[in-house]
Ligand binder design. Structure first.
Ligand code: M6R
Length: 613
C-alpha cells in the first residue's frame, strides 16, 4: 500500500520524484523519501509525515543533485512511521538503495538469518532486510542483476522494487510480484511508478509489468526480462485519460471532485453497454445455458465494494431468482466456502489490487468456480486473475473514500442483473424497457442531485449535524444496503462513530444507545416499507435523536412530520434507486468531515489500495 517512483534522464531527478510521489500519496502518506545518484554516491533524504515535509526539507527536491533516482511514499506495515523506517533503505554496505511496495511475509526468518551473519539494521522494516540481503549477494558475485534474481527468489509475499546501485550510476532496476508496477517510456528518459498518475505528466506510453518480470533501464534504453531471466518484449500501451483527470481541477478535495464526476463516470460505464434498448456486455461469456446451470452467485469484496455487492444480493435474488451470497473477501479464504464449477464468483474492486479480494479470486479458482471481476483499474492484478472482467469506467479515483468507484460498481451490477434476468427469462419486456430507460436517465438525475440548491441544503444539514459524535444509519431492504455505504463514508472521512442497522433490527438491542446527542440518518425510499421505517424514525426521535430522513420527493411531506431534517431525492425504477440515494449521503459525510477539519482525501490510518491481508 505504498507508492514508488523512479526516474532516469537528463533532468534533475528529485523534483520529478517528489512531484510523482504527490500523485501516489493516496497509496500511503505516513512518510516519504528519495534516493538520488549524486556525484558523491547515493544521496538519501527521508522524512516522517506528509510528502510536503520531505519537499520542504529539500526545497521541492532542488537541493538534491542528480539525474537518476527513486522515491517512495509509505503506509506503515513493519515498524511505525518514522524517519528511520521510511524508504529508500540501504544495504549494510551502503552500495544498494531500494524502495518497496508490498509485504515480505518471510521477513522474520530472513532477518534472523542476516542477524546471524552479523548484519545490523537501522529500521524495523521488511524492506531493509531485502536491501541487506541483496547487498550481501551483490558483494559475493559483483553482478547486480544476478544478485537481484537470487534475492527475489528468497522472498515470499508481495513486492514492487525500485533499485539503485552505487557502482552502476546510470541504471535503475525494477522487479515485481503481486504489487503493481508500470514502466513509462519517455524521450531520452524513462520512468517506473506504482500507478499511471505519477508519470502521466511526462509520458502516456507505458508497459505494465507482470509478476516475476524485471525492467533494467537507463535514460535511453530498457531491457525487460521474464521470471526466468529470458529477454521479453513488452507491449507499449497508450494511456487515454489526461493528467487533468488525476488533478483536483479547482475542487477543494478529490473526494468532492469525484462526487461531481459521477454523472460522467456513469455515462461512460453505462452508455457503451446499452445498444438498441438491450444490455450488451461485450467480450463477456455468460450464456443462457451457463447461467441456467448455476447453483449460486457468490460476491467477494471489501469495504464499499462489499456494500455494492450487498445491493447486488437484493436485486439478483429478487429479479433473477438466483441464490446470491456476499462474502467479505478477508473472510472468504478461511471459511471453507461451499463452491464448485456451478458457482459464479464475482469479485468487486475499484483498485483491482485489494489483497484480500485477489486471494479470494485465486481461492475460488482453485475450487473450480468461474470468476468474474467488476474492476475499475485496467490491467490490475484482480482483472488479470479473474476469468473475465467487466470494467467500471470511473477514471482514476484518488480520494481514499470511494464515491464514483461505488456508483459505477452499482451501474455494472444493474447491467449484469438485467443481462441475467433476461437470459433466464425472469423479466417481461415492459420491466426490462423500464430498467433501460431508468439507466439512461440516471446520469442526468445524479447531475440534478448535485445542483447548487441541493448542495446548499446538504451543507446546512451538515452544519447542524457536525456536533454529534455518534450516528446510526437505518433503512430496510435496498435502503439498508445503501445505508451501510453512507455510514462508512461518515466514519472514514469525518471520524464519527457510526453504525448501520436494518431499521427493524434497532429495537432488538441498539435502540438502548439512542439518546440526546445521537444523529440518525434514516433512508426511506421504498414506498411499501416507508410507513415502517417512519415508525422507526418516531421511535428514535422519541429517545432524543436528531434525525435526517432521506426519502422520495413525493414522500417528503409525510417524512417531515416525523423527522427534523428531510432530504428529498427524485424517484426512479426501484432497482436503480440506490444510485440516487447514496449521493446525499456522500455529500453529508464530505461536508461534516470538512466542518470537523478532517483530512478528507487522506483519512488517518487508511490508504487507497489495501495490498496487505
Ligand atoms: O479497491 P477496492 O474497491 O478493492 O477497495 C476496497 C475497500 O478497501 C474500499 O472500498 C474502502 O472501503 C474505501 N476506503 C471505502 O471508501
Amino acid at each position: 500500500m505504498c507508492g514508488i517512483v523512479g526516474y532516469t534522464g537528463s533532468r534533475q531527478a528529485a523534483p520529478i520524484l517528489i512531484d510523482g510521489l504527490s500523485k501516489l500519496e493516496y497509496r500511503g502518506y505516513d512518510s516519504a523519501g528519495i534516493c538520488v545518484h549524486g556525484e558523491d554516491g547515493l544521496n538519501v533524504v527521508k522524512a516522517k509525515g506528509r510528502l510536503q515535509i520531505l519537499s520542504d526539507k529539500t526545497a521541492g527536491g532542488n537541493e538534491v543533485q542528480g539525474v537518476v533516482g527513486i522515491g517512495h511514499t509509505r503506509w506503515a506495515t513493519h515498524g511505525a512511521p518514522s524517519d528511520h523506517n521510511s524508504h529508500p533503505h540501504l544495504s549494510a554496505s551502503g552500495k544498494i538503495a531500494l524502495v518497496h511496495n508490498g509485504i515480505i511475509e518471510n521477513e522474520a526468518r530472513l532477518r534472523e538469518e542476516l542477524l546471524a551473519k552479523g548484519i545490523t539494521f537501522a529500521s524495523e522494516t521488511d524492506t531493509e532486510v531485502v536491501a541487506s540481503m541483496l547487498g550481501i549477494y551483490y558483494d559475493e558475485c559483483g553482478d547486480l542483476i544476478a544478485a537481484i534474481r537470487k534475492t527475489v527468489a528468497r522472498l515470499e509475499g508481495s513486492y514492487a522494487l525500485g533499485i539503485l546501485c552505487v557502482d552502476d550510476p546510470d541504471r535503475i532496476v525494477a522487479v515485481k510480484k503481486n504489487s503493481p508496477l508500470i514502466f513509462g517510456f519517455g524521450q531520452g528518459e524513462n520512468y517506473i511508478a506504482s500507478d499511471v498518475p505519477a508519470i502521466l505528466k511526462h509520458t502516456q506510453t507505458v508497459a505494465y509489468l507482470n509478476d516475476g518480470e524485471m525492467a533494467v533501464f537507463d535514460a535511453n534504453s530498457v531491457q525487460f526480462f521474464d521470471g526466468n531471466g529470458n529477454p521479453i518484449v513488452k507491449t507499449r500501451e497508450q494511456i487515454t485519460w489526461s493528467i487533468s483527470a488525476a488533478e483536483r481541477g479547482g475542487f477543494e478535495h478529490f473526494m468532492l471532485k469525484e462526487i461531481f464526476e459521477q454523472p460522467k463516470a456513469l455515462r461512460d460505464t453505462i452508455g457503451p453497454r446499452l445498444k438498441d434498448g438491450k444490455v450488451v456486455l461485450e467480450g463477456i461469456d455468460l450464456s443462457a445455458d451457463y447461467l441456467k446451470g448455476l447453483n449460486k452467485i457468490c460476491f467477494v469484496a471489501c469495504g464499499s465494494a462489499y456494500y455494492a455487492a450487498g445491493v447486488a444480493k437484493y436485486i439478483l435474488e429478487k429479479y433473477c431468482r438466483i441464490t446470491t451470497e456476499i462474502m467479505m473477501a478477508s473472510e472468504f479464504r478461511y471459511c471453507d466456502p461451499v463452491l464448485d464449477e456451478k458457482t459464479l464468483v464475482i469479485a468487486v474492486s475499484q483498485s483491482g489490487e485489494t489483497a484480500d479480494t485477489l486471494e479470494a479470486v485465486r481461492e475460488a479458482k482453485r475450487r473450480g468456480a468461474k470468476t468474474l471481476g467488476i474492476i475499475n483499474v485496467v490491467g490490475s492484478a484482480i482483472a488479470k486473475a479473474a476469468d473475465q472482467t467487466i470494467y467500471t469506467c470511473a477514471g482514476p479515483e484518488i480520494a481514499v473514500a470511494t464515491t464514483k468507484g461505488y456508483t459505477t460498481q452499482l451501474a455494472v451490477i444493474y447491467l449484469l442483473t438485467m443481462h441475467i434476468a433476461q437470459a433466464l427469462g425472469k423479466v417481461d419486456a415492459d420491466t426490462y424497457a423500464g430498467w433501460v430507460a431508468a439507466l439512461e436517465r440516471l446520469p442526468e438525475q445524479v447531475e440534478d442531485l448535485l445542483s447548487q440548491d441541493r448542495i446548499d441544503q446538504i451543507k446546512s444539514f451538515a452544519q447542524r449535524l457536525t456536533r454529534h459524535n455518534n450516528a446510526f444509519y437505518i433503512g430496510r431492504n435496498l435502503d439498508g444496503a445503501v445505508c451501510l455505504e453512507g455510514s462508512l463514508k461518515l466514519k472514514e472521512v469525518a471520524y464519527i462513530h457510526s453504525e448501520c442497522y436494518p431499521a427493524g433490527e434497532l429495537k432488538h438491542g441498539p435502540l438502548s444507545l439512542i439518546e440526546d446527542g445521537y444523529m440518525v440518518v434514516a433512508l426511506a425510499t421504498i414506498r411499501e416499507l416507508f410507513d415502517k421505517t417512519v415508525a422507526n424514525v418516531r421511535e428514535v426521535r422519541a429517545r432524543g435523536a436528531d434525525v435526517l430522513c432521506v426519502t422520495l420527493e413525493e414522500l417528503a411531506a409525510e417524512a417531515k412530520k416525523q423527522a427534523q431534517n428531510v432530504i428529498a431525492v427524485p424517484s426512479t425504477d426501484p432497482m436503480i434507486q440506490p444510485s440516487l440515494n447514496i449521493i446525499p449521503m456522500q455529500l453529508l459525510g464530505y461536508y461534516i468531515a470538512v466542518n470537523r477539519g478532517c483530512d478528507v482525501d487522506k483519512p488517518r490510518n487508511l490508504a487507497k489500495s489495501v495490498t496487505v491481508e
